[in-house]
Design a protein around this ligand. Structure first.
Ligand code: PLP
Length: 352
């Protein structure tokens, strides 16, 4: 259990901000027999002539029921990247405050901090098992640290972060911990969502970009205490989730079989790929994965990357990331794509 004074964490200008109110904010009825002449929209029905609901109420109702959180604990963004940017802008005073994340991890945290002129601190994971170095994290946190980003399962390492380790950070840090769960649907471990009722200083982010196969529609989600969500709502662009995205997301979320069908083969294929990878003579290490990709350490990442690319397959070279020297990150493909990949890797292995 932990309750901190969220109100005092917001930047001063955000505390005092009077948000933009759109026509749809001021007149909220969307059903009923009204003639809408309040938003300078084109009156002729194109299917999209009206501005979308700035609060995405239909979508929130569905997510609220599925995830068992209140509607006022949900914020949608144009991908989770927008959500992460809003969080930094809401809490961090440029040039004064700082944020901390783990390394290696998702590159956007650092870019977003840099864009906002917010100092970015990074805490190296333990190199043996990519677990959190709690002593280092707490040593680096200071009075101006507003946010800690923890990605779990982590990208590019692929593993879930130990629950008790994350809990130590959440309980020991008097700021906000963002738990980025972009890959949680691929993990057998539980989401931190269920902890929202116990900690008012966490933000859990998820996305439709991975397990839901909808990277193209750009829908990311933040779940947090109502007070945090209200603050983020004040600064989000009014119409950040367009009509097409809201409609597509709604149809997918009410279809129970949709994401199940997309992900049935992920863990079987991941195991098959894992078994094939450990046999290759240029592969030094295959890291366990709770996600939809596998990180491997090879003899020479640049060389192997090029050889794989020459066969028409694009993987991600992570050799420049901390602790990832000579590492490649490989997404799990369809069964057919994985067969082709394994054949290519075997042929490279035999010619080494
Ligand atoms: C892919 C990914 C995301 C998703 O970002 P979107 O903007 O929602 O597409 C978020 N966090 C991590 C760690 C990711 O790897």
């Amino acid at each position: 259990m932990k309750t901190i004074d969220i109100g005092s964490l917001f930047r001063n200008n955000i505390k005092n901000l009077k948000p933009y109110t759109s026509a749809r904010d001021e007149f909220k009825e969307i059903t009923g027999d009204f003639i809408f002449l309040d938003a300078n929209e084109n009156p002729f029905d194109t299917g999209f002539n009206r501005y979308p609901d700035p609060q995405q109420r239909k979508l929130k109702k569905v997510f609220s029921e599925l995830k068992r959180v209140n509607e006022d604990q949900i914020l949608f963004g144009n991908g989770s990247d927008e959500v992460l940017d809003l969080i930094i802008r809401a809490f961090c005073e440029p040039g004064i405050d700082n944020v901390l994340s783990i390394s290696p991890s998702y590159g956007m945290y650092e870019v977003l901090a840099n864009i906002n002129n917010v100092e970015y601190k990074k805490s190296l994971l333990n190199s043996l098992d990519f677990s959190l170095n709690l002593n280092d994290i707490f040593a680096q946190i200071n009075d101006n640290t507003k946010l800690v980003f923890l990605c779990s399962p982590n990208n590019p390492t692929g593993q879930i972060l130990n629950f008790d380790d994350v809990k130590r950070v959440v309980e020991g840090f008097d700021g906000i911990v963002i738990i980025d769960e972009a890959y949680i649907d691929f993990s057998t471990e539980k989401s931190w969502l269920k902890m929202l009722s116990q900690y008012n200083n966490i933000i859990v982010t998820q996305t439709l970009s991975k397990a839901f196969g909808l990277a193209g529609i750009r829908l990311g989600i933040a779940y947090a205490s109502a007070q945090i969500i209200a603050g983020l709502n004040k600064i989000k662009p009014p119409y950040n989730i367009n009509q097409l995205t809201q409609e597509k997301a709604l149809s997918v979320m009410i279809d129970k079989s949709y994401s199940k069908n997309l992900n049935t083969c992920n863990s079987i294929e991941k195991n098959l790929l894992y078994k094939a990878l450990v046999k290759l003579n240029f592969v030094l290490k295959v890291y366990p994965s709770d996600s939809n990709f596998i990180l491997i350490k090879v003899t020479n990442a640049n060389e192997i990357y090029d050889k794989i690319l020459k066969k028409g397959i694009v993987v991600r070279n992570r050799t420049k990331d901390d602790l990832c020297e000579n590492c490649l990150r490989i997404s799990i493909g369809t069964p057919d794509q994985n067969r082709i990949l394994i054949d290519v890797l075997k042929s490279i292995s035999e010619s080494e």
